[in-house]
Design a protein around this ligand. Structure first.
Ligand SMILES: Cc1cc2nc3c(=O)[nH]c(=O)nc-3n(C[C@H](O)[C@H](O)[C@H](O)COP(=O)(O)OP(=O)(O)OC[C@H]3O[C@@H](n4cnc5c(N)ncnc54)[C@H](O)[C@@H]3O)c2cc1C
Length: 178
């Protein structure tokens, strides 16, 4: 594949689970690791669930198309995005324990994704203290969808408002020479 290079005054490192693989001269690799999550989509009896159900081991979400989303595993297995039989059984058992009416439900889909987890499970959002022009927006772990609008707002302010100081608890330098 042909490679290209762009010059920019500002670069935003927002590569999720792959953030540690991006080499930045002068900075340590971002200490973000992938945590696999597997999900099942069940074809349960239509209308069985009316709302989200949380249990100690997972959750069930009724979708508008009548299927039920069953989530999710939390696995420290590196960059492996495969689905497994073990997770299939675990998620099915968990779903049936929460809602016995799902006992005979079929499986319409199973998928896996990687959650980007930092050392303290909080995102890293802010200017690099060692590389001028570099901004981190990574490590959102289990809440990256929920936090996307807020993260976008913070990054916009970091880019366009000189002197803007974001949330101290998210400062990237708490996690190393970043
Ligand atoms: C099973 C599961 C359930 C989840 N449920 C929820 C939930 O209910 N609510 C919630 O808020 N969050 C949830 N999450 C977490 C959420 O998906 C993540 O926090 C979020 O995706 C992180 O967003 P991101 O943009 O930082 O990283 P990603 O979504 O991983 O995006 C990073 C992107 O960077 C790209 N990339 C990597 N390397 C490079 C490179 N060198 N150059 C260019 N591009 C690159 C990747 O291809 C990818 O597209 C869940 C995750 C999983 C796996």
């Amino acid at each position: 594949m042909a490679s290209s290079a762009w010059d920019s005054d500002i670069v935003i490192l927002a590569a999720g689970s792959w953030s540690s693989r991006i080499t930045v001269a002068g900075a340590e690799p971002a200490p973000v690791k992938p945590i696999r999550g597997q999900l099942l989509q069940l074809l349960g009896p239509r209308g069985l669930l009316q709302r989200v159900i949380w249990g100690a081991a997972g959750y069930l979400v009724p979708w508008p198309d009548g299927t039920v989303l069953v989530g999710a595993t939390v696995e420290d297995v590196g960059f492996d995005e495969n689905v497994t039989q073990e997770a299939r059984h675990h998620l099915l058992d968990m779903a049936v324990t929460l809602v016995p009416g799902l006992k005979d439900a079929g499986i319409s889909d199973m998928r896996a994704g990687l959650r980007p987890r930092g050392p303290d499970e909080l995102p890293l959002i802010g200017h690099s203290q060692v590389v001028p022009g570099l901004i981190y927006a990574t490590g959102h772990y289990r809440n990256g969808v929920l936090l996307a609008p807020l993260t976008a707002q913070i990054v916009r302010r970091l880019v366009f408002e000189p002197g803007y100081v974001p949330i101290a608890a998210l400062a990237p330098e708490r996690c190393g020479r970043l």
